[in-house]
Structures are given as C-alpha cells and as structure tokens.
Design a protein around this ligand. Structure first.
Ligand SMILES: [Fe+2]
Length: 345
C-alpha cells in the first residue's frame, strides 16, 4: 500500500493507493491543492478511483466535486451527507475497495452527523471525530457531543490499541498517534464520563472557524459561494425545524403547507423519492425563482432536501426575502424514508 499525507499543513489529505493495481483514493482533498494532487498521481502512475470526504467541512472548500469533474472519480460520503452529486453513499460497516485494499467505514458522528472514520487493518483515519490529544468541536453544523463521545469510546476505542490514528486535522505538528495512546493520554476523553464530556464540549467557547461563511454552506450544497448569497449561521439557527411526523400531520389539515423541495432534479426522482405534491425548485435557482412563490408569501411553506441542511439554507433565504412562515423538514428525505413515510418516485 502507498500511504501519504499530501498537504503538510493543519488540514490533512491522505492518499491511499494499491501498489499492484495503481488504483488510488484521496481522503479529504482541499480545493487549493488540486494541481498538486493531480501532479502527484500522474508522476506516480496512479489512477484516482474515488475521493472520500470524512464529513462536510467547515474550514476549507472540498476538492471532491472538482476532482470528480476533472478525473471522473467517484465521490464517496456518508448517507447523511447533505450535498448533492455524491456518487456513493456509505453506511456503518460497509467496505470500500481500492484495488487490493479494503477500507472499512465506521460511522462516527458527533463533530457532524455525517462523520465517518476509515479503518484499514493497521490504521484508522478518524476525520475530525478523534484528533491527536483532542476531539472535533461539536458546536455547529449539527454537532452532538454525546454522539461524539459514543463514537470515540465505543467505536474507535474498540479498535486494537496498536492501531495507528491519522486525523483530518492537527494544529500542533503531530503526524499520527495510536488508539492506545489516545485512550491513555487524550485529555478530553481519558477517564471522563459521558456527561462530563458533554459539559466540557458545550463550554469550550471557541470562535467560529474563520472561513465558515465562505465554505460550510457551499460544501454542503456543492455550490460556488458567489452564485448565491448564503444566510449567516444565526439566520440558519432561527429556522424552525419540524420532525417528519409533524410534517406528515400537517398534510392532512384543510389548508396544508406548500412542500418546497430544493434538491436537484435527479435527486427528486432518485432513490429517496419525494413527497407527493411537493414543488421542485433547486437551491441554486431559488433566489431567481422566488417570484414563483409570491402567492405563498404569508402562507406556510416547508422546505425539504436530502438531509435537511440545504433546505435550512433555503428556508433562511426565503425568510430574508420576506416570506413569513417557512419551516424545515428536519433530517430531510433521508429521515423521512427511515421513518417509513410515503414517497413518490
Ligand atoms: Fe471538520
């Protein structure tokens, strides 16, 4: 196996390649380094099969969609990843193969709901869930400290102690650690009870990542940041979230809300289907097409997407345009399907 970290910075991009078949995968590639990745692959005679994002990133633009466009490689993310144009959605326990290499997917939510770790025999890429002597923050983008504690203590710490740990970030110049070392020495989790961990993580008081406004929603929606004026995090937080059951209940009342699906057309008719009677306006077209919704300005609109993230952006945009009653389907069509509610294809 060829295994390299290619950025030599605080954000880590790992290349994993099979020596026999020359097939390669890049994990967490960043936009500014695309030329470097392509040069490295060409020089070493490697073919990029897949790109994997361990989660939706808030601190750098992902290069996955650009690499897919340039090379035809498949984009792989967890099933709960909000972005469109993900070719392969993976779930806990599945295996991705790259030539002779098997990569086992561990769903390790907490930093984000779509967080995965990648386990390869002697090593594990832990994304931003478990860092070296640290853990990923849980204070935005659907973060959940309790879920993170469970991911670390029940899934990652269940791996053999000698397993090498390669995180997606390191701010202190470390390259790797081991599961055993982190069990003993990680100050956030070692010897700490679950509730203590939740209290600790809820009170870190960290400033938001510098570029969050320019990267998080564009990554979550696979859109260029200059195509759309994205709402602020504060505006997103104000969007009222409805559970699938609450939305289902509203459909039976005498004046039901308008269901506004903001996914791409291929998702609307894709495997998750859509809710009968919903109107399709993809997020990227919403500012230009908001006029079509004029008659609903003072009526209830429920925004819908894949995982409930892009639609929260849509709901905040419409609120900003003067729409008065916009709510969001929490968890999107993934959750709607998981609850066994009716869909049309
Ligand atoms: Fe992250």
């Amino acid at each position: 196996m060829i295994f390299r970290e290619l950025n030599h910075g605080k954000c880590k991009t790992y290349l994993i390649a099979c020596k026999n078949t020359r097939k390669a995968v890049l994990v967490d590639p960043i936009r500014e380094k695309v030329d470097r990745y392509l040069s490295f692959l060409a020089y070493h005679g490697l073919k990029l099969e897949d790109v994997i994002d361990t989660h939706s990133h808030a601190d750098h633009r992902t290069a996955t969609f650009e690499l897919n466009d340039l090379t035809g490689c498949s984009v792989i993310m967890h099933r709960q990843a909000p972005a469109p144009h993900v070719d392969i959605h993976v779930e806990d326990g599945e295996t991705v193969t790259v030539g002779d290499i098997a990569i086992k997917i561990l769903h390790t939510p907490g930093h984000t709901p779509d967080g995965i770790s990648l386990f390869l025999k002697d090593r594990v890429l832990t994304g931003d869930t478990l860092l070296i002597r640290g853990t990923g923050r849980c204070d935005f983008a659907g973060g959940d400290p309790g879920a993170e504690f469970d991911s670390i203590t029940q899934k990652l710490f269940d791996l053999p102690d000698e397993t090498l740990v390669f995180p997606a970030h390191d701010y202190r110049g470390n390259t790797h650690s081991t599961i055993g070392e982190e069990k003993r020495l990680n100050p956030r989790v070692s010897g700490r009870a679950r509730q203590d961990y939740i209290d600790l993580m809820n009170n870190l008081g960290l400033p938001l990542p510098e570029k969050i406004q320019e990267v998080l929603q564009p990554n979550q929606s696979a859109l260029e940041d200059d195509r759309i004026a994205f709402p602020t995090l504060a505006e997103l937080n104000q969007v009222r979230q409805l559970t699938p059951e609450e939305v289902q209940g509203l459909l039976t009342i005498s004046s039901p809300p308008l269901l506004l699906d903001v996914r791409e057309p291929e998702e609307y008719t894709g495997e998750l289907g859509h809710i009968a009677g919903s109107m399709l306006i993809p997020l990227k077209n919403l500012p230009a097409r908001a006029g079509e919704l004029e008659t609903y300005k003072d009526r209830h609109i429920v925004a819908i997407c894949r995982a409930g993230v892009r639609s929260t952006t849509a709901a905040a945009i419409l609120t900003g345009l003067g729409f008065e009653q916009i709510t969001n389907l929490k968890g999107g069509m993934v959750e709607w399907n998981d609850r066994g509610l009716p869909v049309k294809h």
